[in-house]
Design a protein around this ligand. Structure first.
Ligand SMILES: C[S@@+](CC[C@H](N)C(=O)[O-])C[C@H]1O[C@@H](n2cnc3c(N)ncnc32)[C@H](O)[C@@H]1O
Length: 273
């Protein structure tokens, strides 16, 4: 299959799917391979024939959208971010939650993939900060729109490579070998995390959070024109003084509600009114 033609197809189709073509730069090869396989499975001759299929069969757009889902993640991704959370951000958010009389520091992982991100947060809380903070527990809502990744998150079994950035002593305490190179996250480190299938562009939780993690999801893959409205929705669920985490290389749309906290790490704070 012609690589340049496939690339052009993705570039043309991304805006119609509400996606940001440039967000795929690190994973483009993988997505193009999936599209090529799809064209083959439909027994079509080439990219031009697939373009015609998209034109004549609107249902094919849903299939193409599925092919563009990127679910890559890993534990302790961007280690400096997790260190900053452990040593600066979480202690401050926990103090604010305690002062507000909360029983839990409520966090939301938007686009949690197979659980690597919300479970890393639980590990930082339990193993970095020693668990319950003067009576304050951790609660993490972990949402993703893609059901298969949530099933993997519920199983909590991971290939060893996914854990390579996690501090070794944490790996040993939190995981047990399952054979075949897979590691199971022990139950006490899963308790704080509630998994839920949800598309953030269609559903918002009712509660307010002290910390929202939205890394390598909206600000990478969603069309820039749609990002401000989605950011406003996220901010409507973030407590004043709460933290929003993007990925370090992502550009978060400007918002009067946000001020930099540790911007080089993608960490922002919601301004008090
Ligand atoms: C590349 S992974 C990032 C996982 C994790 N946040 C990280 O940084 O490692 C992106 C995840 O976001 C999910 N996702 C994409 N758009 C979404 C949406 N509108 N609502 C909820 N989840 C979404 C995808 O299904 C995928 O599992």
């Amino acid at each position: 299959m012609d690589h340049a033609e496939l690339t052009l197809l993705l570039q043309e189709c991304a805006p119609r799917l509400g996606l940001r073509y440039h967000g795929f730069s690190n994973v483009r090869g993988q997505v193009l391979k999936r599209i090529a396989r799809r064209i083959h499975a439909l027994q079509l001759q080439d990219v031009a024939a697939y373009r015609a299929r998209l034109h004549s069969d609107p249902a094919e757009w849903a299939a193409l959208e599925e092919l563009c889902v990127v679910t890559l993640s890993r534990f302790y991704r961007d280690a400096a971010v997790w260190r900053a959370l452990e040593h600066e951000v979480l202690p401050q958010l926990a103090a604010a939650a305690r002062a507000a009389g909360e029983r839990h520091l409520c966090c939301w992982s938007v686009g949690c993939a197979s659980g690597e991100e919300p479970y890393t947060l639980a590990l930082v809380w339990e193993l970095g900060l020693g668990g319950c903070q003067q009576g304050l527990g951790l609660s993490v809502l972990a949402t993703d729109r893609h059901a298969p990744v949530l099933e993997r998150a519920a199983r909590a079994r991971y290939p060893a490579g996914t854990l390579r950035e996690l501090p070794q002593p944490w790996r040993e305490r939190a995981f047990e070998s399952q054979g075949g190179g897979e590691l199971l996250l022990r139950e006490p480190f899963r308790r704080a995390v509630e998994l839920r299938q949800a598309d953030v562009s269609r559903w918002l939780p009712a509660e307010t959070f002290g910390l929202i993690l939205c890394r390598n999801v909206l600000f990478t893959y969603v069309d820039e024109q749609r990002q401000p409205a989605l950011l406003a929705q996220l901010l409507s669920r973030l407590a004043e003084g709460g933290a929003l985490l993007s990925a370090p290389r992502e550009r978060v749309p400007a918002s009067e509600q946000l001020e930099p906290w540790l911007p080089a790490l993608g960490i922002w704070r919601k301004r008090p009114r």
